[in-house]
Design a protein around this ligand. Structure first.
Ligand SMILES: [Zn+2]
Length: 89
C-alpha cells in the first residue's frame, strides 16, 4: 500500500514537472515571436506598391482587392486605385 502511494506521488511529481517544463518552453517561444514582430513593426518591413513597384513602409500602403487578391497601394497611386473602383480592404 505504501509503495503504491509512493508510486502515485512520483507520477504526480513527474506530471507537475512536465507541465512546468511545458509552460517554460511556451513562454520562451511566445517571447521570441513577440521580439520578431517588434522588429518588424520598427519600419524595417517594406513592401512594394502594386502599381509603381516603389518600396514603401507597409503601414503607408492602402489595401484594395483586385481580382480576388489583396494589393498594397502607395499614397501616390491611391487615386489610380480609386479610379478603378477597387474595393478598399
Ligand atoms: Zn505606387
Amino acid at each position: 500500500m505504501n509503495s503504491m502511494t509512493g508510486l502515485i506521488g512520483a507520477a504526480l511529481l513527474l506530471a507537475v514537472l512536465g507541465v512546468i517544463g511545458w509552460l517554460r518552453r511556451r513562454r520562451r517561444s511566445s517571447r521570441v515571436t513577440r521580439l520578431s514582430s517588434y522588429s518588424k513593426s520598427r519600419g524595417i518591413a517594406k513592401m512594394s506598391c502594386s502599381f509603381c513597384k516603389r518600396k514603401v513602409p507597409a503601414k503607408e500602403l492602402s489595401y484594395y482587392a483586385r481580382h480576388g487578391k489583396a494589393i498594397g497601394v502607395c499614397k501616390a497611386c491611391r487615386p489610380q486605385a480609386e479610379r478603378q473602383a477597387l474595393p478598399r480592404l
